[in-house]
Design a protein around this ligand. Structure first.
Ligand code: NI
Length: 232
């Protein structure tokens, strides 16, 4: 009896050590020097090119959290490159058909957004890392807005007509500054709010159900994938 217990103990030590190492790897996550957390890397790697978009109320934890600045290691990582490509495919997909998207909307609590630049020739989508609105100014308008994460509502939201945004440019890795006016300035305000856990419904004068958007969504399956990791 006693020797049997000793044998079990000898076997248990390496097993417990391995479990402790695995536990620390999960808990330390982002502090291990690798870019992104274990959970985030799984979402980035395993998602289809059109990602699952987080919605209220199911994903309120991730949507309401303040997102973290991208670290230099994350900015130059292949994970970020994949994430940005999939975010762009997601916002441009017929299923979503958006004009902007922020990383928390695909389950990643990092400061990265895509904005459609209606003020530039060809109306291209552009990516902004660690964006910061240095200044909001000009006339305040109360225009209609919707959000991929708050279906199928729309609302009228007060927004400034102009913004000055500073950001890290993903191509040159330089910090740049841009002044933007009109509808595109409103998209910047909406997307940068996402990075602070703020949704347009928090600022809206009125919110209403969009019957046409509800009808559009009926054509697609919006269920969260079965493998999707829970927020910790
Ligand atoms: Ni939104």
């Amino acid at each position: 009896m006693k020797s049997g217990i000793r044998r079990v103990n000898r076997m248990l030590v390496p097993v417990l050590l391995a479990m402790a190492v695995a536990f620390l790897a999960v808990v330390l996550g982002n502090r291990s020097g690798r870019p992104f957390t274990v959970r985030e890397r799984r979402i980035i790697r395993q998602s289809d090119s059109v990602m699952y978009v987080t919605v209220l109320p199911e994903d309120s934890v991730i949507l309401r959290r303040r997102s973290a600045e991208l670290t230099p290691a994350e900015v130059s990582s292949p994970e970020l490159e994949t994430l940005l490509a999939k975010m762009l495919s997601t916002v441009r997909s017929p299923k979503q058909d958006g004009v902007g998207i922020a990383a928390p909307q695909v389950g990643i609590g990092r400061r990265a957004v895509w904005v459609q630049r209606f003020d530039l020739p060809g109306e291209p989508f552009r990516c902004y890392l660690n964006p910061h609105l240095d200044s909001l100014y000009g006339e305040v308008t109360h225009g209609p807005e919707g959000c991929l994460s708050v279906p199928p509502l729309r609302g009228y939201v007060p927004r400034y007509s102009s913004v000055i945004v500073s950001y890290l440019d993903p191509s040159s890795l330089r910090t740049l500054r841009d002044t933007v006016h009109g509808y595109t300035a409103i998209i910047f305000q909406h997307e940068c709010d996402h990075l602070d856990g703020i949704l347009y419904i928090d600022r809206a004068d009125t919110v209403f159900v969009s019957e046409s958007w509800a009808a559009e969504r009926k054509a697609y399956d919006y269920r969260r994938p079965s493998w999707y990791p829970r927020v910790r």
